[in-house]
Design a protein around this ligand. Sequence first.
Ligand SMILES: [Zn+2]
Length: 345
Amino acid sequence: MSSRTNRGILDRLKKGVVQGAEGYVFELERRGYIKAGPYVPEVVLDFPEAVKELHREFLRAGSEVMVALTYYAHREKLRDVGRENDLEFMNRQAVRLANEVAREGDALVAGNICNTWAYDPQNAQASSKIVRAMYEEQLGWALEEGIDFVISETNDYLGEALIALEVIKQLKLPAMVTLASVQQSQTRDGYDYVEACKILADHGADIVGLNCDRGPETMLPIIEKIRSVVSCYVAAQPVPYKTNAQFPTFESLRTGSGEQAFPLLLEPFLCNRFEMAEFARKAQAIGINYIGICCGGAPHYVRAMAEALGKTVPASKYSPVMELHPVLGTHVEEKHKGFLADWKN
Ligand SMILES: [Zn+2]
């Protein structure tokens, strides 16, 4: 494995909060490089520069982890878009791109596996075999290209998450395993999210927690409970959307006319950068170790979160200085005062 950095994920976590950033698929879809629906990261092969650019933007904004864009880059999903033959190249290329940008800073590279849609708790034995083979194949390539640890994420089933954990541990890599939380309180195979994280921790996961689905308001209470029952590191990567008690996940959000907002009508529900910064502060205060963002994430959030965590990052050079604004600033010239009056009306 090529050496990128001599500070591994576990060393960094021991010293303090590690910041991550995800949401590559959503952001690259918004930029016109990924097709909504299948959400397969074809961009890795078709527009590698676009992937590198987003890695770089997250790096400049404070992410310490470049997550290889292999989300849904597995056999089942690639078959859907007729690119099964590109599977190996897509996976290898995604890890290479993450490595290239990680070396521009002092970032780690995470291999990435996710829910496969192949796991079936009713047919656990046979489907586990398929899932295991998919993970072994993906992570085998990733390891050859060079990764520091693995993020297994958006796990709907504890059963599937445990397979991921086993495969990661076989490869002797640190394992971060996080759950999806689409349902009220339980995984799809019936484990309370808190209990499921405890089981993952007991099975040797280095980092457990939640990613995706929930915004800050509805993720924090669960993550706080997880923190109180495990002694390993805890990760929280919410979506930057205003979920609430009535609509706890971004899948459940409805527009004014009652339409499902997920995944293409979500803009009216976006959090602002200050709300995400507040999330980072609160997560740190309750002892969360890995703080990031998921679908909907973008560099301005990541920078605001980094600064809330007390960091100055490369993109901080261009952080807002509203005092210098000609109308909103502290020294408004006489001729601009009319603007201010109009803006306030
Ligand atoms: Zn997500």
